[in-house]
Design a protein around this ligand. Structure first.
Ligand SMILES: Cc1cc2nc3c(=O)[nH]c(=O)nc-3n(C[C@H](O)[C@H](O)[C@H](O)COP(=O)(O)O)c2cc1C
Length: 171
């Protein structure tokens, strides 16, 4: 079985532990890097050609505009994914679900008969509707129970990640 860790993450100003913090490395990237280290899987960053604003409010406004218009932002590079059987998808919760960039990534690939295990970083919404949205857009994939990690606890989440990886047969 071959596993891919695919992640989207936004560095810059973010809502963090009840306040705002300028993150040099986004929370979802912190988690994806840990998952990569624990599993030895390949890692791929989902990056858009356009840059999202660094400021929290401006980024939220842009994300809402994209969500409302169901825009699928163009990705910088794509990755052939045929060889992977299991995709660990890591992303921040944006407006209650996956960022539109993640929907872009999913729209470019056929993950039928493959397994997708989602991890969502958030500041209160947990997985939001991202698991049901994943089931809707990847209806022929097996979607396992997700793992929600509060972004401000990303650095100290090793035990939770390892336990979830074990439950999903990834460790
Ligand atoms: C555009 C945007 C929308 C967000 N929407 C939500 C939300 O609906 N629910 C929530 O709990 N957190 C929300 N957040 C907070 C992020 O999910 C959280 O800070 C996450 O850990 C960020 O991960 P990152 O640093 O990898 O981007 C939002 C953040 C941004 C930038």
């Amino acid at each position: 079985m071959k596993t891919l860790v695919a992640f989207f993450s936004h560095a810059g100003e973010n809502y963090f532990d009840g306040g705002y913090k300028n993150l040099k490395v986004g929370n979802a990237k912190v988690i994806a890097d840990k998952v990569q280290k624990f599993t030895g899987a390949d890692e791929f960053e989902i990056e858009t050609i356009k840059k999202y604003p660094i400021g929290y409010k401006a980024c939220c406004d842009e994300a809402m505009r994209e969500k409302k218009s169901n825009e699928l932002p163009e990705l910088k590079i794509d990755l052939p994914t045929d060889e992977y059987d299991h995709i660990i998808l890591v992303y921040p919760c944006w407006w209650g679900t996956m960022p539109q960039a993640v929907f872009s990534f999913l729209s470019l690939h056929n993950f039928s008969n493959k397994t997708i295990s989602p991890i969502c970083t958030h500041e209160g919404s947990g997985m939001g509707s991202s698991e049901s949205d994943l089931k809707r857009v990847c209806s022929k994939s097996t979607i396992t129970r997700g793992l929600a990690i509060q972004g401000s606890l990303a650095q100290t989440s090793d035990a939770a990640i390892k336990s979830w990886l074990k439950q999903n047969g990834l460790l």
